[in-house]
Design a protein around this ligand. Sequence first.
Ligand code: CO8
Length: 382
Amino acid sequence: MTQSALPAVAITGTGLMTPSESITNAELVTSLTAATERWNLEHADAIAAGDVEARSAPDETFIYKASGISSRYVLDKAGVLDPDRLKPRLELRSEDQLSIQAEMALPAIEQALAQAGRSGSDVDAVIMGCSNVQRAYPAVSIEIQDALGAAGWAYDMNVACSSATFSIQAGVDALRNGSASCVVVVNPEITSAHNNFELRDFHFIFGDAFTALVLEREADALPATADTRWTVLGTSLATQFSNNIRNDAGFINRAEDGERDPHELIFRQNGNRVFKEVCPMVATHIKDHLERAELPTDDVRRFWLHQANLKMNQLIAKGVLGRVPEEDEAPVTLDEYANTSSAGSIIAFHKHRDDLSAGDLGVICSFGAGYSVGSILVRKAG
Ligand code: CO8
């Protein structure tokens, strides 16, 4: 079947749940500076003997200049900023309680469903895509399906930051092949639980956020969404193996012989190499996708890019357009939210689309560990 022979699918609603607590760069730097000084004192002998390297203190000016990040939302500010802890304090829940990831996802889903004019009982598929699922099984998405009173099926998937576009493509495919009629895609990112707040290279990068969207066949979408929904014109995904962004936490850890550095069981990366390798990969991916869809790049009114780094986003948009993008062509949310992994491009889409007109063309693009990159071409209906 050609793309045009397939049923048209639309994004009929989006939602965003933002934690109430936010941390500024200054607060983060104060906390890590205290922790670093303490760590260097505790390891003074080993440092003097040359067995370990002294840790360097973070710098507030560097953070904003290198990343464009001013603050980040987190589920638990006190735990992250406590120099003796440097991670959120999340209550241990019993099996009878809703998991924290499901709980945080639900308000975003409710908002997306309200926009689509739907309720939980209309949903027959839930796809949860994010950088880390809080447990192996049962799938958190099935818990969400249950809480929504939804029918059908649900599953969790993980392609790191690219989980946004990968889960959208999975939803679009399900609608096109008839295996679902109302799909919720949800990207609940509790990055603070697997970020490394102990090292200056990583502590500032991530924030928590929870996004959701509703996908339906255009023919089934409610008339009330006629002027607000976005038709999906095409999806394109690509992966290429790289060790430059890793998190080795998994069930094999308990059986591994040998000593692992605990820092390997949370997020780590070679940020500079990621920057250099991923920017051209993403720009080429978007250009090729537009070309295959026979859509001129100049026709793209807006790019909702994964929010990893301000310079990275500017470079990617420039690589596609062949010129420096105007601010409103590739809106930025990472100054306020930081990198929220898969939620980033959806936050940008959620917050920066209402000003566009019927017929306007846009690209949602996420990229990250794997490496992985995905693009979704969308046109405003109406
Ligand atoms: N304060 C002061 N100095 C610092 C700090 C800091 N906070 N951080 C780093 N430095 C230092 C470094 O130590 C280094 O010092 P030295 O030269 O002495 O070694 C110096 O600054 C330069 O460091 P870099 O070369 O790393 O600096 P860059 O200019 O490259 O900027 C960035 C670093 C901002 C990280 C940049 O490289 C970047 O944004 N790269 C792209 C990153 C990216 O997009 N990664 C994708 C990750 S997301 C993903 O897909 C995985 C999912 C993960 C989910 C959530 C996990 C929690």
